[in-house]
Every structure is written in C-alpha cells, then in structure tokens.
Design a protein around this ligand. Structure first.
Ligand code: ZN
Ligand code: ZN
Length: 236
C-alpha cells in the first residue's frame, strides 16, 4: 500500500497536478501520508530504502540520472474540438464549395461540419444515407459511429445551428458559437448580419463534450420540448 501511495504521490508531484495552497496537504492526508515526505522516509526506512533503491535502478531513471532520457511522460493533452474560423463567412464559403461525395459533384443541400474531426458531411439527404445495423441512417448519424462512438456534435452551416446527436434516435439543437455585433445568434441565418466566433460559447460546448454532458443536454431538451422527440434524428 505504501508503494502504491508513494507511486501515486510521485505521479502527482511530477505531473504538476498538485497546485495551489493547501492542495499538497489535502492530497497527503487523503493518502494517509505526512505532508513532509522526509518523515515517511525516516519513519519507514526499512520499506523506503529498497523502494528508492529499486526506483533509482530502473533503466529509464538511471539513464536520465546519467543525463538524457525522459523520466516523466506528461499526461496526454485534453481532447479539443476543431478550431473554428473567426468569421462565419469562411465557413459559408467552405460549405458552398462542398459537393456531395456520392452524387457526382452535386451541391449538398445541408452541408454539416463535424466539430470533432472537421469533416463536412452531406446531411439530411437520401444520397448519403447508409445502413447501420440494418437501418438507414443519414450521413451525420452514420458518422457518429465512426467518429464519436455514437455521439456527435455538428454545425449545420447553412442554418448556423449546432446539432447534438446521440445514438440513432436522440438529438437536439444547441445555440451556435457565432454571434452578430449585437451579441445575438442567427439560427436559420435569417437576418444575415456578419457573425463572429464567440470563444466563450465554443469553450462551453467543448466542456460539455469533454465532460460527457452532451447526452444530458439532449435529454433535458427533449423533456422540455416534446416536438424534438418527433424529429427523425437518424436521417440527419
Ligand atoms: Zn467527425
Ligand atoms: Zn449526399
């Protein structure tokens, strides 16, 4: 147990997880360790000495102590949604030059951008329906199974609308991260004022995705608005 705690604490120290006043003490007390590690060493010499010795003999550590090599492999960076352009017209232009991959160069009716990988899909159209487990699904739903294990976040470019889909039957719309000069979204692009990326809103969407909150948002939206339940999400 001490070995485990020790390793844990080393990981925490080296990964810079412990930051801010009181955090170190809190962590040590959680692990039932004194906050002064030298105390552990002197009180548990019999256990600690072979442990430290073994650690120092590890070829990776040894190499680093001799200069060169990496002791700490830092944790992977958090996943991020794709970068979006500041100016919405860039997306409109991209979408209008996008053609349906299945219809020999025809324009797509509802070009839709995957916010996870950046792919543009030909949504809401028979041409790009495929079969998943014996059921016809639209390009977006099909894409979620290869890109997000059944969960997808999209931007419907012509509507300026974010689309969340979960599984084949659940989905909802979400306010887009683009605002006009008055701080308003323009869902449906009816007013046509220039739109700019609102980083704060986009980060909020990213946080939802990272913290696995998208399915919950869909659930709440469907409870609050029964018409959402009747939308044929799987064909989007
Ligand atoms: Zn994707
Ligand atoms: Zn198509």
């Amino acid at each position: 147990c001490l070995t485990l705690n020790h390793t844990l604490i080393l990981n925490f120290v080296t990964c810079d997880v412990v930051a801010g006043p009181g955090q170190w003490e809190a962590l040590c007390s959680y692990l039932s360790l004194p906050s002064n590690l030298l105390q552990v060493y002197s009180s548990q010499r019999v256990v600690m000495e072979p442990l430290v010795h073994r650690w120092c003999c590890h070829p990776g550590v040894r190499q680093t102590l001799l200069g060169g090599g990496v002791i700490v492999r830092f944790p992977r960076e958090s996943n991020r949604l794709i970068e979006l352009p500041e100016d919405y017209s860039v997306l409109i232009n991209q979408a209008s030059s996008f053609t349906c991959p299945r219809s020999g160069g025809d324009k797509s009716r509802a070009p839709t951008l995957c916010l996870v990988c950046g792919a543009i899909l030909c949504s809401q159209s028979y041409c790009c329906q495929t079969e998943v487990d014996g059921e016809d699904v639209g390009a977006c739903t099909a894409h979620t199974f290869t890109c997000g294990a059944g969960l997808g976040l999209f931007l419907r470019v012509r509507e300026s609308q974010v689309l969340f889909v979960a599984g084949k039957s659940k989905g909802c719309f979400y306010p887009p991260p683009y605002l006009d000069d008055y701080g308003e979204t323009d869902q449906g692009l009816k007013r046509g004022n220039p739109l700019h990326l609102c980083h704060e809103r986009y980060r909020k969407i990213e946080r939802l995705w990272r913290q696995h909150g998208v399915a919950e948002v869909i659930g709440h939206a469907q409870e609050a608005n029964q018409t959402l339940v009747t939308i044929d999400w799987q064909h989007l």
